[in-house]
Design a protein around this ligand. Sequence first.
Ligand code: HEM
Ligand SMILES: [Cu+2]
Length: 586
Amino acid sequence: MAYVAIADRDAPIHDPHTFFLKYIWSQDHKVIAIQYALVAIFVGLVALVLSGLMRLQLGFPDTFHFIDPNQYLQFVTMHGMIMVIYLLTALFLGGFGNYLIPLMCGARDMVFPYMNMLSFWVYLLAVLVLLSSFFVPGGPTGAGWTLYPPQAVLTGTPGAGLGIILMLVSLGMFIVAFTMGGLNYVTTVLQARCRGMTLMRMPLSVWGIFMATILGLLAFPALLVSAVMMTLDGTLGTSFFLPAISSMGEQLNHQGGSPLLFQHLFWFFGHPEVYIVALPAFGIVSDLLSTHARKNIFGYRMMVWAILAIGGLSFVVWAHHMYVSGMNPYFGFFFATTTLIIAVPTAIKVYNWVLTLWKGDIHLTVPMLFAIGFIFTFIHGGLTGLFLGNVTVDLPLSDTYFVVGHFHMVMGVSPILVVFGAIYHWYPKITGRMWNEKLGKLHFWLTFLGTYAIYLPMHYLGILGVPRRYYALGDTAFIPDSVHTINESITIAALLVAAAQVVFLYNMIVSLRRGEKAPSNPWHATTLEWQTPDTPPKHGNWGPRLPVVHRWAYDYSVPGAKEDFIPQNEPVDPYLTAGRDHGVRH
Ligand code: HEM
Ligand SMILES: [Cu+2]
């Protein structure tokens, strides 16, 4: 079949007629987005259950006999990897990226719809391979989500046989899937924007997702090669990452490899990965704040440049994860400096979010609550990052619960809050229905306050020296009794937060049927996805003609305008001098 690009054509797309072509083997970016999101949320729930099991063990040691030390390590590993890669990366890029890029850029679809469909199916395969490792002899790998060799492939580590291989194969598949999707996102942003949609008129959601995709395309290959090399070490007896090792008095058949090489490759991917998750969250939260505060985003250009700067800098900080690996102090100094420099564009973003709220007409809708919640958790997570970025402070805190508290706050809770805000925000467009407001607010407060109850005390535990990735603390002399009480309370909070997610799922599922019918633009938003002729938008998005853009995405509360928002596709009124237009001409 000859390939015809339809993403930026005026000719409408013919709807596929059969059920299978429409919902299963669909090439429509919106359907693929929903497929991605549903699988990611499902596997995220698996990771949530695993964290609940870990917390039960930590809060009430010696009570639950169905969790043994090996399983604890396997749960830690699977929980961490699923949350970071299979939930957050997949949801932000495969889910929101797919849904929002064509709609916000005024395109009919992604530029390569067939490859987009393949991307989802390979992702699903990756998830299935990953989950299958729960059912193989030895179970899933318990090497920690960082998968450090040599222990990841040596006997003694849980899942060192099939478990780790399935993990590596699954990661390889994920990267293939991501690359097929990612090439689409980048090309669509660069090639398929509608008339008038200059780069500097794009909503920040698109900027964040676009830059995150570029980071992924540059960072994931480092993980891919390390996965291939470690698979060979584990199956064919190569020694890429394995030095000469003697185990139980016997010399193993390996020599000459470098575990440190793996750490470098892993973190060359691993640090940008944090921003692969964070940049889409930054972009989306900017749009949520602006829309629900009825104000233009403060410092749009600065926000774009900050996204670009953070993306670039994220490739020169990776070794701040390796301060304890015995690195040369000059290198430590270099990486501490670059790490702290990232704080500058990041702080600019935080100031701009707060200044966007300043004197805004703030509507405390559910998406807005989540967006404001994000500002809090992100500041708290970011501040502890400044501690850990300094070598001398990191050394004693490394591998303690301080680190667990820090990264959950900054890259666990913060992006998840944005995910929730974004789901509530776009749900009416995606489904054509509104959700229940009271349940949404209940979900927000339980989740927001609950996560503080979970993660704030963890910093204190870390300062006391409680180590990370431990099944039980026993009667260790330097650990005071209060630690056990704190662990109990953290577990109770964690179970509450988990239960709050049932409220969310209930609200989302029941509202599909029972929710009020949504108007096409319930938040009175300016961006193009709210200006579609149908809600939910049909295949091809725009009816017979593509939209034409005349202004930036943030014309809220423009003095003299007849409403407090002007959609991007509304022509500029020559008499309305106060209308700001960033992009073409000044
Ligand atoms: C209510 C929600 C959550 C709870 C209760 C929870 C709990 C835990 C626990 C108990 C550990 C193991 C700590 C240890 O023994 O060292 C852990 C590790 C981890 N979690 Fe979470 N978590 C939650 C959400 C998340 C989210 C949303 C992310 C997304 C980034 C995440 C990422 C990680 C990572 C990367 C690890 C480290 C795994 C490792 O050490 O190999 N978690 N979490
Ligand atoms: Cu990092």
